[in-house]
Structures are given as structure tokens and as C-alpha cells.
Design a binder for this molecule. Structure first.
Ligand code: IMP
Ligand code: MG
Length: 188
């Protein structure tokens, strides 16, 4: 892979092998917890959750649907979630009577899910749970009940594996810490 991301990478926080190993474990845990379930649906929160969803779904051996919704909480250049969340694209599936598992890239302040969870639970799912690859617990401003967590991370701005740096580098196979000084000097 070309190295355009290199100047912005302070360090690799979670390498590809560790990510994949943990995702396999999460898939196994989910498969066990939902064993026998006939109407499981994974909901990917775009865009950040796309890599995680794609890998996670292949480790879940309970038959399930996948669907996508897009929400945005802040624009290019901002490093903090605003409290105003916007639905850019809604689900196509009907959730009524289904066992819903939300698949997120990262939970930071919690404002995004604080908006999404009530909205989905109003659609009468049989159950509603949450799986996030990364969790920044120390940044939480609103309490969010999380059922599956890939990795607990410190308060650092990360990118790669679905997470963007000003909309770029979602394709990296690892999670890296952003060098914010380099980004300031050389904006994308
Ligand atoms: P929250 O609403 O503050 O919980 O933020 C959730 C959203 O902010 C995530 O779904 C990400 O899209 C984005 N986000 C939070 N922290 C980071 C980060 O370190 N890197 C990239 N995106 C982030
Ligand atoms: Mg997200």
C-alpha cells in the first residue's frame, strides 16, 4: 500500500493481526449469544463502521441480515462530536420484531448513540444491543449501555480501519494515532 498516510501517523495503536483476532472473538461471542435466533439483523453505522461490519459478519454463524444507516455528528476538520446529530441515510429494513445489533466503529462522547438508540427502539425491535470496535470511556458525556467492546482506548484521535482522517484513510488495515501537529502543518 502506498504510504500517503505516513506523515500523519504518530504510531500504530492496534495492528491488523490484533484487530482481526479480536473481531473473530467478538463474532464467536455474538454467535453464541444469539444461537438459535431466527431474526438477527446487524446495523452498520456508516461510514466508520463499514470495515468492522464487513469483517464481523463473516465471523457470525447465526443467519442474519445486514443493513446500513448513515449519521453524521461533525464536519470535516472538527475533532469533537457536536450534540446535533443528523441522519444522512435511514435503514431500508423494518426492525419490528427483529433482534437488532448495532455495529459502530467508536463511541466517544456518546451523543451519536444517544440519538440513534431511542430512534431505533421506537421501531419495536425484539431486542436492541450495541457492539463497538473501539470505546473511549473517559470521553463519555452521556451514558450508553454497550454490550460488546472490541478495545478500550485512551483519549487519542485515531484513524484507519473505517475511521477517517478528514474523510480519508478509512482503508488502512490498522488503527493509528493521528499526529495532530503534522495535520495542522499539512492539512488534507
Ligand atoms: P460520539 O457521538 O462523540 O460518541 O462520536 C461518535 C463518532 O465520532 C464516531 O462514530 C466517529 O465517527 C467519530 N469519532 C470519535 N472519535 C474519533 C476518532 O478518534 N477518530 C475518528 N472518528 C472519531
Ligand atoms: Mg461512527
Amino acid at each position: 500500500m502506498s504510504r500517503h498516510y505516513q506523515p500523519y501517523l504518530k504510531e500504530v495503536l492496534i495492528d491488523e493481526e490484533s484487530l482481526q483476532a479480536r473481531i473473530a472473538q467478538l463474532g464467536a461471542a455474538i454467535s453464541e449469544d444469539y444461537a438459535g435466533c431466527r431474526d438477527l439483523i446487524l446495523i452498520c453505522v456508516l461510514k466508520g463502521g463499514v470495515m468492522f461490519l464487513a469483517d464481523l459478519t463473516r465471523h457470525i454463524d447465526v443467519p442474519h441480515e445486514i443493513d446500513f444507516m448513515a449519521v453524521s455528528s461533525y464536519g470535516k476538520g472538527a475533532r469533537q462530536s457536536s450534540k446535533t446529530i443528523r441522519i444522512d441515510m435511514d435503514l431500508s429494513a423494518n426492525l419490528s420484531g427483529k433482534h437488532v445489533l448495532i455495529v459502530e466503529d467508536i463511541i466517544d462522547s456518546g451523543h451519536t448513540l444517544d440519538f440513534v438508540l431511542p430512534m431505533l427502539s421506537a421501531r419495536a425491535p425484539a431486542s436492541l444491543r450495541l457492539c463497538t470496535l473501539l470505546n473511549k470511556q473517559s470521553r463519555r458525556e452521556v451514558e450508553i449501555p454497550v454490550d460488546y467492546i472490541g478495545f478500550e482506548i485512551e483519549d487519542r484521535f485515531v484513524f484507519g480501519y473505517g475511521l477517517d482522517l478528514d474523510e480519508k484513510f478509512r482503508n488502512l488495515p490498522f488503527i493509528g494515532v493521528v499526529d495532530l501537529d503534522a495535520l495542522r502543518e499539512n492539512p488534507l
